[in-house]
Design a protein around this ligand. Structure first.
Ligand SMILES: C[S@@+](CC[C@H](N)C(=O)[O-])C[C@H]1O[C@@H](n2cnc3c(N)ncnc32)[C@H](O)[C@@H]1O
Length: 235
């Protein structure tokens, strides 16, 4: 394990609330909501159809999405990329066509895959957990085939006051003294989960050479879903 990988693991455990096993449990509990019928319609509307496709899930967690895909498409080749040991520990009953690779998606490098193998990939609730998404977007332009598609879903920026009301529904900030360590933790959490607006993510994808095909607003504006195509390979 490199120092960099361990540093990211420590950062993520804190980001996940200091209890990785609980975070993995939560990821499993919210899987259905994050991959509901609307999600699947969006996925099939924008990703290529065909046999023997190669699909990757970036930050795959316990790999529930890939296991669903494996059931629907036993002929697909599936790759899950993940770094957190507590997520990897929850990858159970791994299908034969699913490979799990351990890597830090903050700076994965174009050579992570031999050529341009991917027909499509998913980044569900990953981007806000990266230090920055530029290196991943650049790598994806090499990993995806020309015409290959990235489906990205993530939380987006909301007003800090809404966040505070949601976290502390019973606290009257005008009269009740706020506990300092609780506020420190709350604002750390806010900034880590509210890095980008939906427009920021769209513009960053375009900056890195993707064509954005569709952007949807989810959860009353608190999340976004984007389909972006790799039009042609960078030289
Ligand atoms: C919010 S969870 C979502 C998991 C899964 N995509 C899902 O929707 O159920 C984000 C996942 O991305 C992983 N992740 C975050 N940063 C990563 C990095 N730098 N490299 C690899 N995986 C990362 C986390 O460990 C976690 O499993």
């Amino acid at each position: 394990m490199t120092d960099e990988l361990n540093k990211t693991r420590r950062y993520l455990e804190q980001h996940h609330g200091g209890d990785g096993h609980r975070a993995a449990e939560r990821t499993i509990d919210t899987h259905e909501r994050n991959h509901d019928n609307d999600f699947w319609s969006f996925w099939y509307a924008h990703t290529p159809s065909g046999n023997a496709l190669h699909i990757a899930d970036l930050g795959c967690g316990p790999a529930l999405f890939l296991k669903q895909l494996a059931q629907k498409h036993p002929d697909y080749r599936l790759t899950g990329i993940e770094i957190a040991p507590y997520m990897l520990a929850r990858v159970e009953d791994q299908p034969a066509n699913l490979e799990i690779r351990i890597a830090d998606l903050n700076a994965p490098g174009p050579a992570f895959f031999d050529s341009a193998p991917l027909d499509a990939c998913l980044a569900n609730m990953l981007i806000h957990e990266l230090y920055q998404p530029i290196n991943l977007f650049q790598a994806l332009r090499h990993w995806l085939k020309p015409g290959g598609v990235l489906i990205l879903t993530d939380m987006v920026r909301q007003p800090v006051v809404n966040f505070l009301h949601h976290k502390f529904p019973d606290l009257d900030f005008a009269h009740d003294p706020a506990d300092a360590p609780t506020m420190h933790e709350c604002f750390r959490d806010y900034f880590e989960h509210n890095r980008y607006s939906a427009e920021d993510i769209e513009q960053l994808l375009k900056l890195c050479g993707f064509d954005v095909i569709e952007r949807q607003t989810l959860r009353e504006g608190r999340a976004t879903r984007i389909a972006a195509r790799n039009a042609a390979h960078p030289t």
